[in-house]
Design a protein around this ligand. Structure first.
Ligand code: DGJ
Length: 319
């Protein structure tokens, strides 16, 4: 059973550390990548300008599973760098929201993540590659995609193989959607601006029956806020804002969580998607929890209801 908000243990019995994450499904296995925050919170280190609760960067974790319930720890596949503060992956920086795609043309696994300084002013995306889903990933560097700031971000791979970076730009005021180059290692120089001046974070994009959906959060640091979803006939536009997909008690706080990814469940009825969100514990970030919930889609209507416990038979019942 999946218990949203409980402590989730890996197959070694240790709490799973994969925050702000995403899942890649490949050859019958799910790979869950996320931020390893298994450290004490650090007080604002003098001189960094950090204004938010933080832990030092440990790196990107990977867990594998065949059933979305039992997760094997595959280790830290992109580790922090301890000794050089100039490096993007130095432990004193920020490395958040890793997402991984498989590129059929190059045979590489490509990881993108938000790289920042502790004051969140560096605002870049970093890219890393590996021949294996379980790493190790080779870090290639970071940049500002299309010359714009990039903070919260996600990747979306369309059915035609074209991948997109979706990122909060312009100090989070506007979301940019940019196609990646064929090798998925950079952006192409094209982008569209959506949700202008609407301050959205934590994007999660998926497609169902010729319609694209994007769930986002508002901007309130680690504190939960109301989610919003939008629909579009193409990945890039036009996006129509539909409202809050969450229903019931605490729906206005996304059940005390924040979106990170929407996972299509393999081998189930079309429309079987899991909403993945983080219940941040800002004063003890390593104890942030996972809130995964089944989503219901009817035409362009998306709803998410709270469940104390549920399992994947939820999706079979809809067949
Ligand atoms: C909200 C973002 O969605 C998170 O990934 C993280 O950057 C926090 N802000 C930091 O406060």
């Amino acid at each position: 059973m999946l218990e949203p908000g409980a402590i989730w243990l890996d197959t070694d019995g240790a709490p799973i550390q994969a925050h702000g994450g995403g899942v890649l499904y490949r050859n019958g296995t799910y790979y869950w990548y996320g931020e390893n925050k298994n450290a004490e919170n650090v007080a604002d280190p003098a001189g960094t300008g950090a204004f938010l609760d933080r832990v030092d960067v440990i790196g990107v974790s990977c867990y594998s599973s065949q059933d979305l319930l039992h997760w094997k720890n595959e280790g830290v596949v992109l580790p922090a760098v301890a000794d050089d503060p100039a490096q993007d992956l130095h432990s004193g920086k920020v490395a958040e929201r890793p997402k991984v795609l498989y590129n059929v043309q190059t045979g590489k696994y490509v990881l993108w993540l938000h790289i920042d300084t502790a004051d969140y002013k560096y605002a870049r995306t970093g890219v890393a590659v590996s021949d294996q889903p379980t790493g190790p990933f080779e870090y290639l560097g970071s940049f500002r995609p299309n010359g714009a700031e990039s903070r919260d971000m996600t990747l979306f791979q369309d059915e035609d193989g074209v991948a997109y970076l979706i990122y909060s730009a312009e100090w989070n005021a506007t979301t940019y959607i940019a196609p990646l180059t064929d090798d998925y290692l950079s952006t192409r120089g094209e982008f569209v601006r959506v949700f202008e001046q609407q301050y959205r974070e934590a994007p999660a994009v998926f497609k169902h029956e010729d319609q694209y959906f994007m769930v986002t959060s508002g901007c309130s640091g680690w504190a939960p806020n109301e989610a919003q979803y939008a629909v579009a006939p193409t990945v890039q536009r036009p996006w129509t804002v539909m409202g809050n997909p969450c229903v019931g008690p605490d729906a206005d706080k996304t059940f005390h969580a924040q979106s990170t990814f929407v996972l299509p469940v393999a081998g189930k009825a079309p429309g079987s998607f899991i909403f993945m969100a983080d219940r941040w514990n800002n004063k003890n970030l390593r104890d942030s929890r996972y809130v995964w919930l089944p989503m219901q889609i009817e035409d362009d209507r998306l709803t998410i209801h709270w469940r104390d416990r549920w399992d994947l038979s939820e999706f079979e019942q809809r067949l």
